[in-house]
Ligand binder design. Structure first.
Ligand code: C2E
Ligand code: MG
Ligand code: MG
Ligand code: MG
Length: 283
């Protein structure tokens, strides 16, 4: 470890810390041109209605296949994109791409599908977000009511008053808001009172506590009941087992996403899934 000493002050650099700082810089440099080089794409994970197992929509999930670094997962590059401001341009592209796909699938399959797009804190408080959304809706022809914006509690806490205003302005456009990863931020209950949302997404760490003993964990039941009481649509994230599905159905959770139903899909596979499910349903 190197020691940088100033006047009566010393900072110790841990080599691991330095490695992660260098990696973040390198990631940022690569990410800078990723959009222009066509290295970014979206995967679409189906959202399934638990009452009848039908696909009601998708969540758009960003993917980066870097020519130099290989595939980089969003948990690594999204924070870098946020810190560097690149998330503005990337986020605008995501909105445009996702709305275009949703509009095409709605037309092609004659279904009232929704599209959920993740929005980070930086985007939420940006003066450009509303413009990016209205542009994406206008260019794609997707009705605002079919768009869901997913925000995390963490994105809201740094400046709750500002966040509240931004959320209200977004809802006024006619789109819906989802509170993503619900339960993982602190002070979740206060947020539900302060921020008006339409959808509650129960984080997969809670869904994972539904084990094979066939008993619904009280906390998950409580989260669903709370959402119900507040009149919210409830989506369970990360549903991986049949027992989890069954208990969520019995607990009257509305919708679910997870590997049990489908992994995030390439656009062509998402379209094929819609085709297969509408043929089966005879619609
Ligand atoms: P998220 O919005 O909570 O997305 C859910 C994550 O859980 C996704 O990870 C998804 O692939 C994963 N997942 C879905 N079903 C299952 C399951 O059954 N089991 C397990 N173990 N995992 C499951 P992913 O795609 O790596 O995305 C991670 C996070 O990156 C997202 O969490 C979201 O916060 C962020 N992200 C992704 N795309 C975007 C984007 O376009 N913009 C922004 N700002 N953030 C994004
Ligand atoms: Mg999400
Ligand atoms: Mg989530
Ligand atoms: Mg999550």
């Amino acid at each position: 470890a190197a020691k940088l000493s100033g006047r009566g002050r010393s900072v110790v650099f841990d080599p691991a810390m330095r490695a992660s700082a260098v990696a973040a810089r390198e990631l940022e440099q690569e990410l800078q041109g990723a959009l222009a080089r066509g290295e970014l794409r979206l995967a679409y994970q189906p959202v399934v209605d638990l009452a009848d197992d039908r696909v009601t929509g998708f969540e758009a999930l960003l993917r980066w296949d870097s020519r130099r670094l290989g595939p980089v997962c969003p948990s690594r590059f999204v924070p870098v994109a946020e810190a560097s401001g690149l998330i503005e341009a990337i986020g605008a592209w995501v909105l445009h791409e996702a709305c275009t796909a949703a509009a095409a699938w709605r037309a092609e399959h004659g279904r009232d599908l929704t599209m959920a797009v993740n929005v980070s804190a930086v985007q939420l408080t940006s003066p450009h977000l509303i413009g990016h959304i209205t542009d994406a809706l206008a260019a794609s022809g997707l009705p605002a009511s079919a768009l869901v914006l997913e925000v995390t509690e963490t994105a809201l806490v740094s400046d709750p008053e500002r966040a509240s205003e931004c959320l209200a302005a977004l809802r006024a456009l006619g789109l819906r808001l989802a509170l993503d990863d619900f339960g993982t931020g602190y002070s979740s209950l206060a947020h539900l009172r302060q921020f008006t949302v339409d959808v509650l997404k129960i984080d997969r760490s809670f869904v994972a506590t539904i084990g094979d003993d066939g008993v619904m964990p009280p906390i998950v039941r409580g989260m669903i009941d709370l959402g119900r009481t507040l009149g919210l649509e409830i989506v369970a994230e990360g549903v991986e087992t049949e027992t989890q599905r069954r208990l969520l159905v019995e607990g009257s959770c509305d919708s679910a996403q997870g590997y049990l139903f489908a992994r995030p899909l390439e656009p062509a596979d998402a379209s094929l899934l819609l085709l297969a499910t509408s043929v089966r349903a005879g619609a």
